[in-house]
Design a protein around this ligand. Structure first.
Ligand code: FAD
Length: 318
């Protein structure tokens, strides 16, 4: 079923969903099941699986020179989606990115997803690769998420890249996109970022999942700003517990989000790792309770190795 259909059918109830990352290459599928098994009693209707572009690594050769090699460290998104659907009978939402894909690659990926009866995709641009200052699309690929959305809309209408294909099977993907309550870091300002988000909705995207945030006010203001410019699709808050001291710096650096002073103070004050974890759990529980009371469509948790913590939060909130 489509993600938006779950929201329509929920009659105002706040659903729950999770995002998982493929394990590092060489890892086990069981690691994903171990992360999800304890969370399935909360009955998520859908689970997202992230996509990871190839990265450059430098291997030292016998000569002493370094060889630059491109490898995908976390392959397996589509296979994991299929395994999740098979094991749990829930919908899987693969993330699909522009980076590393030609239009032909994208079309072939969409055909695979359609044949697997996957009904939803989260359409993203992807980030710049390490050692590249800015996002560089694949030759013959898409520079922005909106271009990917347009391609998905085309295939939804049975329009394939090869114009010789007549009566191509129309797919029926529901399209999610990313939203940034604290602005996408490359955007000159919030207005410009919102205008690009509105353009993605006008191009056919059906719902938004936000970047993580730790201050609900940022989410509420973002939703209001979206509504004010005519974005009327569901806006799902993305949530993550903060549990470790180093995250006070790594989360702002990696995800371009601010951490509220009270949260930072409490994490710093905690005496040990268990204390810090407790601070993070209690903070996220309060965030979730307030968001649920405000009637958000779904609480979407970035599990990122924290599923035992998310379980505690979900127990307190559902
Ligand atoms: P876009 O919508 O293309 O926007 C990128 C930037 O360009 C923004 O600043 C935007 O304002 C601007 N812009 C957009 N359109 C135009 C235009 N026409 N002209 C000029 N400027 C424009 N990354 C992964 O690699 N894999 C994942 O699985 C993944 N999952 C994610 C899930 C969520 C919920 C979120 C919030 C992010 C995720 N990301 C993932 C990260 C995402 O790829 C990055 O944030 C990326 O930098 C931007 O992606 P986007 O889809 O928002 O890009």
């Amino acid at each position: 079923m489509k993600v938006t259909e779950y929201f329509e059918k929920s009659q105002g109830q706040t659903l729950i969903s999770f995002e998982v990352l493929p394990p590092l290459k060489g890892g086990r599928m069981q690691a994903i099941f171990d992360a999800l098994d304890p969370l399935m009693e909360f009955k998520p209707p859908f689970i997202d699986v992230t996509y990871h572009r190839e990265e450059f690594i430098y291997n030292k050769r016998e000569s002493g020179y370094y060889e630059k090699t491109a490898i995908r460290k976390r392959p397996g998104t589509v296979g994991i989606c299929a395994a999740i659907m098979h094991r749990y009978g829930v919908d899987a939402v693969p993330h699909l990115i522009c980076g590393g894909f030609t239009k032909e690659d994208t079309e072939n990926a969409l055909i695979d997803l359609n044949f697997l009866n996957i009904k939803n995709v989260l359409a993203l641009r992807g980030d710049a690769r390490k050692f590249e200052g800015k996002f560089i699309p694949e030759a013959g690929g898409h520079p922005y998420a909106i271009d990917l959305i347009r391609q998905i809309k085309d295939i939804n209408e049975g329009k394939y890249l090869d114009s010789n294909i007549e009566n191509g099977e129309p797919t029926d993907f529901c399209i999610g996109i990313a939203g940034y309550p604290e602005k996408h870091f490359e955007s000159p300002n919030m207005e410009a970022d919102l205008a690009h988000t509105k353009a993605k909705i006008d191009a056919g995207a059906n719902y938004i999942v936000t970047q993580m945030f730790f201050d609900n006010q940022k989410y509420f203001e973002y939703v209001e700003a979206c509504r004010n410019i005519g974005i009327d699709v569901p806006i799902v808050p993305g949530l993550k517990p903060i549990t470790k001291l180093y995250q006070l710096n790594s989360l702002p650096r990696l995800f371009h989000v601010d951490l509220p002073t009270d949260l930072v103070r409490e994490v710093e004050k905690a005496k040990n790792a268990a204390g810090r974890q407790q601070v993070g759990i209690e903070w996220l529980i309060q965030q979730c309770k307030e968001l649920k009371a405000a009637g958000v469509p779904c609480l979407h948790f970035y599990t990122m190795g924290d599923s035992h913590i998310i379980r505690k939060v979900a127990e307190a909130v559902y």
